[in-house]
Design a protein around this ligand. Structure first.
Ligand code: GUN
Ligand code: FE
Length: 428
């Protein structure tokens, strides 16, 4: 009989079952059995005695965070060019930098920095854009595989409206994608998966979308792209695809908008009722990227509406639209921007709560990966240990307050341990 592998973490356990409240077990135990959560206990049941226990003292233990939208090659210029809107920023900063990833030596230098910092962060899962370069994308996948994080990584497709130095011919783009997928299959990764990644409608022809759908069918791949981020972008999509009912309808017409295709759409700042309804019908995941939406002056997405409508929604750092991989910042920014939206433009949607943004960072985004992002029994065991003693305070604080405060104050220095699918990650 196969030996069962059980271990137990002890500390202040906090997780979400729903958007409205934290589930908190002070001084409790979370039990991992064969890579899955067996349960959370205030008192350890007799039957679990004798298994190894790692005691993290007064630290908090939470599910790992999911970053549903991040651009790996953009890590090098985060915090730069923040005085531009999306389309100008892409042309001035993004495309010139991404073109450098045809050089594997540069790619390695850049991706090593990014993956190192992701490894040390509180993030356990991520959906990542690379560039259109196949060798550099594989290199990024190798690095993430070694990190132990569980990731979806996409070779980007672009066959129009991009500079010559960063554009593929249509057939070349799908042929390179096919080659890339075959190479990924040959690698037999255990934590790293490919995801189809046309950059967005303005840079991808209808013909390329059709070819990507064929590839999607052949290999049953998930899909990620951008949607309704900026008014100029949306008007451009209408010009390029006058036959579409709305922006998301373009992806949907090609069978690349949920349904049988697990799909993440980043931003959705300006999604109208029709687009929201279609995302709901098709089970599309929204990656809410609040810092990016501020930095490139996109706007503020109606997140409470998405939550009330029951859409799938998680958080994204959207580096380098966002400046940091630190998902605590994404949680705080989500609360802060929702308050400005409520105060300035629409008091019908109340500001987000700490409970809601924590839910999005864990269970909401985690769901894209399966049963991920909670400590309910049967969930994959992703856990992060947070030791907040650096953030000294004179008064007693309860566990909920300590977690809320960390959303504003914490970074990788608070991460004292990290587990993905029951395996401990080296965060040194
Ligand atoms: N839309 C198309 N490409 C990008 C990108 O790299 N970043 C963001 N924020 N939006 C995009
Ligand atoms: Fe993006």
């Amino acid at each position: 009989m196969k030996k069962r592998s059980v271990f137990i973490l002890k500390g202040n356990i906090v997780y979400s079952k729903n958007q409205k409240e934290f589930s908190i077990c002070e001084n409790g135990y979370v039990v991992c059995k064969d890579g899955l959560v067996e349960g959370v206990y205030k008192t350890l049941p007799f039957k679990l005695g004798g298994n190894p226990i790692r005691d993290y003292g007064d630290a908090l233990i939470v599910p790992g965070f999911a970053d549903l939208h991040v651009h790996a090659p953009q890590y090098s210029y985060r915090g730069l060019g923040m005085d531009m809107e999306l389309l100008e920023w892409l042309e001035t900063n993004t495309f010139p930098e991404e073109s450098k990833f045809c050089d594997l030596e540069y790619a390695e230098k850049s991706y090593r920095i990014f993956v190192e910092n992701m490894r040390k962060s509180a993030t356990t899962r991520a959906c990542v854009f690379a560039t259109l370069h196949r060798p550099a994308t594989l290199l990024l996948m190798d690095l993430f595989e070694k990190s132990g994080l569980s990731t979806f990584i996409g070779k980007v497709n672009m066959d129009r409206n991009a500079p010559d130095y960063l554009r593929e011919e249509t057939n070349e783009s799908s042929e390179e994608t096919l080659k890339w997928i075959e190479e990924v299959i040959g690698k037999n990764y255990s934590n790293t998966y490919p995801i189809l990644t046309p950059r967005f409608v303005p840079t991808c022809t209808d013909e390329l979308m059709k070819q990507l759908k064929q590839i999607q069918r052949k290999y049953t791949l998930p899909f990620q792209s951008h949607l309704s981020e900026n008014p100029g972008e949306i008007a451009w999509v209408k010009e390029l695809c006058p036959w579409s009912e709305f922006y998301g309808d373009v992806y949907d017409k090609f069978g690349l908008f949920g349904g049988d295709t697990p799909t993440i759409m980043a931003h959705c700042v300006y999604s109208d009722e029709r687009e929201i309804r279609r995302m709901k019908e098709n089970g599309v995941f929204i990656a809410h990227c609040p810092e990016s939406n501020m930095n490139v002056s996109s706007g503020i997405a109606p997140v409470r509406k998405f939550l009330e409508e029951g859409l799938h929604i998680g958080l994204g750092s959207d580096i380098a639209g966002g400046s940091t991989e630190n998902m605590f910042r994404a949680m705080a920014h989500a609360v802060q921007s929702s308050k400005l939206r409520w105060r300035i433009s629409d008091d019908s949607l109340k500001p987000l709560t700490a409970e809601e943004v924590f839910f999005m960072a864990t269970k909401g985004g985690g769901e894209f990966f399966g049963k991920v992002g909670s400590f309910e029994p049967g969930y994959e065991f992703d856990a992060v240990v947070l030791d907040d003693k650096r953030l000294a305070h004179p008064q007693p604080l309860d566990v909920r307050s300590r977690l809320e405060r960390m959303m504003y104050l914490a970074d990788e220095r608070e991460v004292a341990g990290k587990y993905v699918r029951g395996k401990e990650i080296d965060i040194s």
